[in-house]
Design a protein around this ligand. Sequence first.
Ligand code: ADP
Ligand code: ASP
Ligand code: MG
Length: 465
Amino acid sequence: MPNFEEPRRAPRSRGFARRWWGAAGIARRIPRKRPVTRGPSLTRRAPGARRWPNSVALIVQKYGGTSVANLDKIRNVCERAIRTQREGHQVVIIVSAMAGETNRLLEMAHKICATPDMREMDALASTGEQVSAALTAITIQALGGEARSLLGHQVRIHTDGAFTKARIHTIEGSKLLSTVQAGRIAVVAGFQGVDAEGNITTLGRGGSDTTAVAIAAAIKADVCEIYTDVDGVYTTDPNICAKARKIDRISYEEMLELASLGAKVLQIRSVELAMKYGVPVHVRSSFSDRPGTMVVGEQGLEAVVVAGIAYEKGEAKVQIINAPDRPGIVATLFSRLAEQNVSVDMIIQSPSRGGKGSTDVTFTIPKADLARCKALIEDTLREIGGASIEYDPEIVKVSVVGLGMRSHAGVASKMFRLLADEGINIEAISTSEIKVSCLIASKYTELAVRVLHEGFGLDKAPTGK
Ligand code: ADP
Ligand code: ASP
Ligand code: MG
């Protein structure tokens, strides 16, 4: 049976192998009976315009941790869901754990032991969403609405067995559809699924976004609304750049690139699914009614050269100095990292500072994997002979992203110049068709984001877009 999500990617260097899209179709997409005429597609509507007069839409609303952080905020999201239902629509809500709860749970386990069993970590972490789902359903009922909470296994979100980063195989939409058709609001616990053995699994940090888009695809919802603490996708993280501007419409491709380069407003896998199944995603604030950002196909969008700036602080730099320069050295090292499921990102190999016949190799891996990889890297280098190693976790990858780069030269050189003018040294570079990334010292994060944002004209509203 084809998988709902693509099979897990092999640990990769993004600079070389980008993502690949298989031909797998959606498994068990549920045909939906609509009681009345389907409203026009949200993709053809200006964001925020009134929707579907005299028609029923099926709406998925996902509320992140800050939107359900306490009982008052839960009440706020419940009022919105009830309002949407009373406008005549069918509503499925996905909730995250209350803000900070997932971290609190994981930290408790790490106080008990350094490497807790992954199965138990998922059993533990999934409880955060269970609490929010039940409290949300209770609040809707207390407000006079009808609701039912549903956990991953009750919705039958079937995943593989990769604890802490499971991928969705199938979703049975029938339970959700019968719930909403009976006039109830279905409240689904995000982030969790169940594997073939009946174990609880979780979908990786930020995974409730993926639950929401996957459900929207499975039940053919008209829109998947992602409610969060900012009112849309911005030209860069509004929490570190005061001049960041909200983007009205952004393409799946650009959003995918921004998400993979650190813009955590959407989990990357949710954007992959939205793009694969054509789900219109509306990112917006749970604290206002202002229209947010529509994430849509690139047709009809004017390709701006630079759409946004992202930064990723979650990687560490490893530098191998003076390794013997012969075939097979990097093959041996990186295949061992791959066996440990470690994603290598930027890689540079250059003639060694140490002289002829030797080479330096610099690469980045997730900070979270650094401790467990040190012994492996050092053992491998002992076998290879003659090298020394430096580790640097104080780095950040800043990236500029835009579809228009496909047809505009000069973005990379402009980026290098803007950073150089501030005295910021670039330690590694990687590019793809629609992005340029530079590795720099993390103390320059805010400064770099600010100068790039201004230098690429993102402070000002685009003309002709
Ligand atoms: P939630 O808890 O609702 O899932 P997240 O914390 O996961 O919310 O994502 C929202 C955060 O993403 C924002 O508070 C913001 O700091 C961050 N962010 C990073 N880059 C961007 C961007 N380009 N646009 C909007 N938000 C961004
Ligand atoms: N609660 C999970 C996390 O904090 C999933 C989510 O919020 O999307 O990562
Ligand atoms: Mg999130």
